[in-house]
Design a protein around this ligand. Structure first.
Ligand SMILES: [Zn+2]
Length: 205
């Protein structure tokens, strides 16, 4: 792409680094910004900076949070004996929307994916194991999407937890194979959490 302006080229380069945004889309977005009042670009830039510089993660579940302990972990109404393992905040939001789940979460921050250079150390698995080791957790529910990476991650964690005799279960399958949790509809997702099965039997399916 030939640009008549270095400033324009630089902005397009930056925007096109976002996932799913090619150069042409980036150019369209940048030109759109140029047509808007300058304040709008300033607000956008500031919001991104604030988010990036000030974002915090719950010290217990690792979900994005404005406070040291997120609202869910801090709530006395939540059942602290059940922990649902998810990939990121989108899954927490999807499961919360079902209104069916009253336990806590553990946000991994991704899935094990050697192809992308993501190993167990890059995720919050150690902190989950520590939590189980500490003894308050009675059940761990695996709610990662049923992709190869999701399955690998579930199995890795299952093996890590095996010595501690904690109950492990998996959300009912067959509704969203290969889909992300966030795309499952609320009723189906709620049902699949309620109808979860022991993790061992989910392996045979
Ligand atoms: Zn939390």
């Amino acid at each position: 792409m030939d640009f008549s302006s270095k400033l324009l080229e630089n902005a397009v380069d930056q925007v096109s680094q976002l996932p799913g945004i090619g150069k042409r889309t980036a150019l369209r977005l940048v030109l759109h910004l140029l047509r808007q009042p300058k304040e709008q670009s300033a607000d956008l830039a500031q919001a991104i900076l604030n988010l990036r510089m000030e974002v915090r993660y719950c010290k217990s579940c690792h979900n994005i949070s404005d406070t040291e302990l997120c609202e869910i972990c801090a709530s006395p109404k939540r059942n602290k004996e059940t922990v649902c393992v998810v990939e990121d905040i989108r899954d927490v939001m999807a499961i919360e929307n079902t209104g069916q789940y009253t336990g806590l979460y553990h946000v991994l921050g991704g899935k094990i994916s050697p192809m992308d250079g993501v190993g167990p150390q890059e995720l919050t698995i150690g902190s989950l194991v520590d939590k189980v080791k500490a003894g308050e957790v009675q059940e761990v529910i695996f709610a990662l999407s049923s992709t190869m990476e999701g399955d690998t991650t579930n199995f890795y964690i299952y093996k890590q937890l095996e010595p501690y005799q904690v109950k492990t279960s998996a959300i009912a399958r067959g509704i969203s194979v290969g889909d992300e949790l966030e795309y499952a509809d609320e009723v189906t997702l709620g049902r699949s959490i309620m109808n979860r099965v022991p993790f061992e039997s989910s392996l045979k399916g």
